[in-house]
Design a protein around this ligand. Sequence first.
Ligand SMILES: [Zn+2]
Length: 282
Amino acid sequence: MAKTHNPLSGFFRTPKIYTKLPSLGRYYTDDVIDLPDTGELAVYPMTAKDEVILKNPDALLNGEAVAQVIMSCVPSVKNPRKMISNDVEALLVAIQGASRGDNVEVSGKCPECGEVCTSTASVETALETMSILEETYSFKTDSGLEIALRPFTYESTVKAGVANFQSTRSLQSISSITDEMEQLKAFNDSFVRIAQMNFDLVVDSVASVTGTNNGEEFTVYDRAQIKEFLENCETSIGRKIEEQIENINKIGVNKKIQLECDKHGPFEQDIGFDPVNFFTAS
Ligand SMILES: [Zn+2]
């Protein structure tokens, strides 16, 4: 049955912002993002339903709220969980701008005197000045292996967030355990879980390992083989990977602004571009 044309359809929301991504969409197949030829994604303001989704604490924690709102406001995105975190952050900033306007008021306390200073950040400017991810990231180990890294997916970031949340919770419950041995054991369990989570993230961020064996070059993509290698290699390699990941995570929209204290001059402050806080605060 053909749907009757709704005379109100001309009054539906329209895109308010077009934005590129820190990855330029380079890492994706069509089932993740259907990238327009211009490389810029249309961003619509949130609907009333989107606003409600973002007020659900469980959905926020497990990433479902952000995933749903991105699919609603950026129709080119098909699978937000498979996107790189840097791109998800940029889209959330764009959605904020499309929904609430370009200006974001930022205030912070001067670290010297505690005086509250305010300024205004622009969403458009933040998007225009974003830094761009390289096509590949790699480094050579002392033993001659080349390790290629890839940025975190949103899915991994959510997993890490949940693990952090759980460990904070279990640390809270540990303090209520009266038996000292029991307490020590619970503390140890929690520590092991977090270490395991961090290790999984490191494994996840290694795209491939290339080297030569008897003059023959090989490249390993197999997840299980990469995992086994990381379990058995020198710790300096793990540290180097973590260092590089930290730098990769910083790429994208600049989330700092300079505020100015009358007496003590400029200082840096985070712009409230946090997906969980900036929508729920209002
Ligand atoms: Zn001051």
